[in-house]
Structures are given as C-alpha cells and as structure tokens.
Write a protein that binds this ligand. Sequence first.
Ligand SMILES: [Zn+2]
Length: 315
Amino acid sequence: MAVAFASTADLRDQPLHFDQLAPSVYAATADGDPNVLVVTGDDGILVVDTTATPAMAQPVIEKIRAVSSAPLRFVVLSHYHAVRTLGASAYDQATVVASRGTYDLIAERGEADYQSEFGRFPRLFRGADSIPGLTWPHLVFEHRLTLRLGRTEVEVLHFGRGHTRGDTVVWLPRERVLFGGDSIDYRSTPYCGDAYLKDWRVTLQRIRALQPQVLVPGRGKALQGSAACDAAFDEMDAYLKDVYEITAAGAQGGSLKAAFDHAYPRLKERYGHWFIFEHCIPFSIARAYDEACGIAEPRIWTAERDRELWAQVHG
Ligand SMILES: [Zn+2]
C-alpha cells in the first residue's frame, strides 16, 4: 500500500490551546504542531517561535492580546526551520533574535527548507501568500543572551548541536520554565533530518541540567513538575539513541534502503504511536544513515530530494 508523502494527508486543523504555566508565561500548543512560548513582562512581550505564516500567527496574537496589551518586543527563533520562523512578520515591531548557527542556516538553506517543509506539511502553511520572504534575525548571539522584560529575566541559550546546528532554548530562571524547541519534543516524533545525532544526546544532557519545573517541548503538550520533565528527557534520549544505533546496525556497509528496512519496523514498534511518526521517520533514518557512514554535515533537503527519498524507501 502506498504511504502518503510526509504529512500531505494530514488536513485536519488542530485546536489551539493557550495555557498559563506560570505568572507571565503562556504556551500556545496544538496537539503535535509546533509550539509557541509567550512571556508577558511588565514592559514588553517575548515570543519564542512564530508558526509558519503570518496568517497562522494571528490566532496566537489574539490569545496574547487577551492577556496583555504590552508591546510585542522580542521574537526568539528556536532554530531555522520554516514552521518556526516564517510567521515572524506578524510581529512587525519586534526584534528578531537567533543564534549564529540559526542565522547561518537561514542564509545557507532557508529557501530550500521553506520549499521542502511546505511540500511536506501544507496544512501548517495556511495563508502562505502572507509570507513576505525569509525571516532575517536583527540580533545574533553566540552562546548566551540575557533579556529583561521589566522584572522578568529571560535567558536565550545555545548549548551545542542537536536537532540543527543552531538550536536555541529559552530559560526563565525565576519561574524555572524551559522552552526546548525541537531539541526536546514530547511524544511528537523528533525530526532528525538536519541533526547531529550523537552530539544531540550530549546537548540534551546540558539542557536537562537546568532542571526545569515546567517544560514546553517544541511539539507536544507542556509538562509540569520535575518528575514529568525528567520522564520526557528520558524518552527523548532513548529515541535519539534508538534512531542512531538501530539505523547504524542496519547500515553495516549496505544501502540506505537496507538500513531503512531494518530500522523502520523496530522504531515503529516503539514510537509509531507518536505524532507525525510516518512523516518524520524516513528523513530521520536517512540522516542517521549518513551520520553512521561518516557524513558529518546534514545534506540540504529540497522538495525534490524529499520525494526521491520517499520513493526510495516506500517505493
Ligand atoms: Zn525543527
């Protein structure tokens, strides 16, 4: 039976949840779709990630306006992926902040990624004609940036390579709230197509050392309490270990197709019930295969390469 390409068969809009997690901290989540963190400080608002289009960002802005009239001051990009960045123009007065790695990836492969992601998951790109072009950060940091919104301190941190080369997490030390971006997803299958899988597990432990009380993953529901956060880190680490090790065991000098046929059923048995498993796993196995074969840098995905991979593994 033919498997529908990526998420092209996923056409049902998810309801938008907007939940308060701490005083001045909210998460916009949508059952496996990319999450948004909102911090409403005394004198300004900070948003982490912007959805894929300005049109998709509008319902989030309406939720924000229901709880605060402060100016929309900062937009932080957790990484370069189109579904995180291309809605930024909806926050037109805000300063857009990104890590050096994210800035470089936007320059190097932002346009190809836009076409790739649009083709894979058109539902997330409602109102794509409202996208004015790539989102260019105004402010670029190397490892750590501290922002203040009145009394609220916000740490913007790059701990190393993982989901991408520019991964950024946002940490509120007083509230002990962490927004993980796709460095840590929760029961929504982590996409590894642009990843450094072995580095990712090391980076994940550095992030975990913050010891959050509230964790907003890049996808999936927000988690409250250190036990729930720890369990999410454990699951994430196990997934990364499995994707790499099972794929590498299946590679053993053979083809990508042979590695896929080895890894896919084993990973499906463990993670097949997570959101977007079928969508993500071919790309994740393809990158794990490359990494196991010694290809250090993730190769650029294009709309054409996406389809070629799909035909190769499912054809
Ligand atoms: Zn991502």
